[in-house]
Design a protein around this ligand. Structure first.
Ligand code: NDP
Length: 246
């Protein structure tokens, strides 16, 4: 699908660790990239500048993924700048932790708003705008299988993401658009590292048989496969990219 006209990819959370690596990889694969961010314009602009310095095309666009109008504007920017949208990779997400017994509804509502409502908003706009032959990819998490204490709101949000991916794949029957999720294990980004002691990080890094943390590029490789020609037959799947963190 990459051989003919320039294809465009929208990457949400491109100011973050995984989203930034995905944006850079898809640019190397030949996509024009719309790099979305929420707060860190400097990080998003660094990704855009690196893409442009490498001969690619990219713009940075601010949007809160839970805000339907902002997401509509994000997709409109892809259309006005690059002529449309072929691939959407929804990487934006947050992971504040809290025990269920705390009953911290502010925390729960925030996680659900960004991770689940945000996914619903982005998938809804993607379902309307992605061109035939396109790909929609959301980020879940391998921590679903672990049920670690403190991960209740986050796991609830990502279980919802996986549900939405399977339903949307069915709803897009006949459009030749695939919908998949990538569910990383621990990846060395601020989302995973912040708030953890070195001992906690070392312990989690030892869980997969490959005995290391994932790196953002490990996830970008999988996204590149799903977004590229070789991923065409993958649909309604959750790829647990985790080094065996099961
Ligand atoms: P980072 O913390 O490095 O990046 C998070 C990104 O999400 C940033 O670009 C941030 O934007 C963006 N973001 C946060 N809130 C919003 C919002 N309301 N609207 C738009 N963008 C927002 O995290 P990762 O790169 O590690 O995570 C990427 C995805 O991968 C997430 O969905 C996460 O749940 C998932 N994941 C991560 C794992 C890990 O171990 N790191 C493991 C499994 C899944 P800004 O910085 O501009 O505010």
């Amino acid at each position: 699908m990459l051989k003919e006209a320039l294809k465009t990819a929208i990457v949400t959370g491109a100011s973050g660790g995984i989203g930034g690596a995905v944006a850079l990889r898809l640019a190397r694969d030949g996509f024009a990239v719309v790099a979305n961010y929420a707060g860190r314009s400097d990080a998003a602009n660094a990704v855009v500048n690196e893409i442009i310095a490498g001969g690619g095309k990219a713009i940075a666009v601010n949007a809160d993924v839970a805000d339907a109008q902002a997401v509509a504007d994000l997709f409109a920017a892809a259309k006005s700048t690059f002529g449309g949208c072929d691939v959407v990779v929804h990487c934006a997400g947050i992971m504040p932790l809290g025990q269920i017994a705390d009953g911290d509804l502010a925390l729960f509502d925030k996680v659900i708003a960004v991770n689940l409502r945000g996914t619903y908003v982005v998938l809804a706009q993607a379902a309307r705008d992605v061109a035939p032959g396109g790909r929609i990819i959301a980020l879940s998490s391998s921590v679903l299988a672990k049920s670690f204490p403190g991960y209740g709101p986050y796991i609830a949000s990502k279980a919802g993401v996986e549900g939405l991916v399977h339903v949307l794949a069915n709803e897009l029957r006949g459009r030749n658009i695939t919908v998949n999720a990538v569910a990383p294990g621990p990846v060395a980004t601020p989302l995973f590292l912040s708030g953890k002691t070195q001992a906690q990080i070392d312990e989690l890094a030892k869980v997969p048989p490959l005995q290391r943390l994932g790196q953002p590029d490990d996830i970008a490789h999988v996204v590149s496969f799903l977004a590229g020609p070789d991923g065409a037959w993958m649909n309604s799947q959750v790829l647990r990219a985790n080094g065996g963190f099961a």
